[in-house]
Structures are given as C-alpha cells and as structure tokens.
Design a protein. Sequence first.
Length: 333
Amino acid sequence: MYRAGLLGCGDFTRIQTPILTRSERVRVSAVYDPNPEAAALASQRLGAPVAASAEAILDDPSIDIALVFTPPFTRRALVEHAASRGKRIITTKPLAPNLEDARAICDATKDGRCLVIYKRTGDPQVHTLKKVLDSGEVGALKLYKHDWIHHFPYWAPWAIDPTKNGGPLVDAVIHNLNTARHLAQSEVVTFGYHGYRLAQTFGIPDTELLVLDFASGATAHLSISWAADLAIYDRKANDRERINVNFVITDQRYLLRFETREGRPVLCATRDGQARLYPVEAPPLTLYDRYVADIEAGRPLESSAQEAFRDLELALYATAHPTAQPAPATAKP
C-alpha cells in the first residue's frame, strides 16, 4: 500500500474523495490545508489526520506520494519540494498559471513521476471512445466537438485572474483540449481562437472558442461560456448547472454520441439510419491504482506533466496569437 499526503482540501479533493477511497493501492495518510475547516472536513472524509503544515507532509519519509491539489499558482514550490524529497506526485490541470512555472514543474519531474489529472483521466466515456476509434470499426476521428456552458467559478475567485489561472480556456477547456489531443494522437498544426466579453464584468473573456487542426487530418472545435446566469446548487462548492454538447464524426460518416439506453450508458455510432451500440466501459483500475501500476511497470503515465505542459503551451499561445500557426513544441523538459 502506498501512503499519500494530500495538500489542498478544497473542491477538487471533494470530487476525488470517492475515487481515492476506492483505491486498493493508495491510502491517504495525512492531509493539510491552510483553512482548518477544509482540512478537518477532508480528514473526516478520508480518515486521515491533519498535518501541522505542508512541509510536515513533504518531509515525512513515510509518505510515498504527494497529492498536490492546491490552486495552480501555488503548485511549483510544492512540486519542487516534493520531488526533492523523492516523492511521487499527482496534481491536476492547469499545470501552472504560466509556462515558466510549468517548465519548472516538468524539470523537477522529468523522470516521469508526475501524473496530471484531467477529466479524461480514468473516465469511462473517453476510455470507451478511444477504444472504439482505435479499433477502426467506425473509421478514424475527423471532428471532435465539445461545448460547455458553465457558471463562472464563484467558489474559486482566483480562477478569473490570468496571473493565477487563466480564465475559461485555461481553467476548463484545457480538459477538452487534452482529450482531443489524446484521441487524435498527432500534433496540432494550425488553430483559430476567438475570445469575447459578452456579459460578465471581470477583465478576461467570459466566452472562448478554440479550433485545433491535427496532422492526422482530424479537427477539434472546443468552446466554453461563463456568460450565462445558470443555476447554482451549492455556493460552498463546485455544484452548479452545466450544459454539455459533445459528439464525434469519423471519416466513414459515423456520428458518435453518448446516450442512455435501457438505463445503461452507451456510445452510439449512427450512419444511414443504423446504430451500433458500445457499452461504456470503465477502465479496470482507478486512476490512482493505474498510476501505481504504471510506475511499477515503468510505463508512460496516463497524462504526464510533459503532456500538460504542451496543453498549457497551446492554450496560452492561442489566446496571444489568434488564427496562427502553433508555437513550436518546446516541451522536452
């Protein structure tokens, strides 16, 4: 059993708690957050004591894995400290608020020790979609379409500060950018970007659109809006209404969508009025158990810091250079 120390007991930890408690290879042994109330709640949910400080966790030789679930602008120092103590590291997107910090994180974890959690990491839908596309049964990916309408992140005001996080594209659409790259399995060759301030008063776009064209011939159309006033179910957490539009078109004219049929989730591929149904299959291991298995087997991680660096590089370059060739890939830390 691998012992993990958890840094940051906010909403991401709440979301990850059910997955962590199902893990058969990773057990949270200590938690820390500068907010005592948040730390106490995570301690109760995970059955782990509250540490006196982040350093107490990172300097503890009995801790094998540092779970760095803190805001992006705080991660660099924590990851570098964890790496200097020989810890394995799991964190989340965006890797950092800027390329300098992201590159430093990559340098500190260039031995492949750092897993970056995206929405697709361990996700049954993406796992199933990738398996079907890889089989060739319905053709190759031509269009990956994913649109989100979300309430802006009222629970994390730093998310609308570009020096700390980066706004809708870097905060949220980077999930779908990563999924598109995962499915296309080729480099981005051109892109287009549009950003708008439609309704919100904060100083960044509240609506963003990104188009990515891949060397494979596939394209991804990704958009998000924080402009609408959607329902909020709990202001103390990331619990609010979401509108999600997601589909795939292949070079054999199949339309792939996720549906529920007879109470079970399926991937439905339709063409000429005929449907092929593929059960949505969860990966055999939780993302934490797969991380351990990949480390032990010396396999590449499901989503590495180096991959996350390239996602951030593309996102930041797109916002700075709309409708341009992409920045040369520099992510070889």
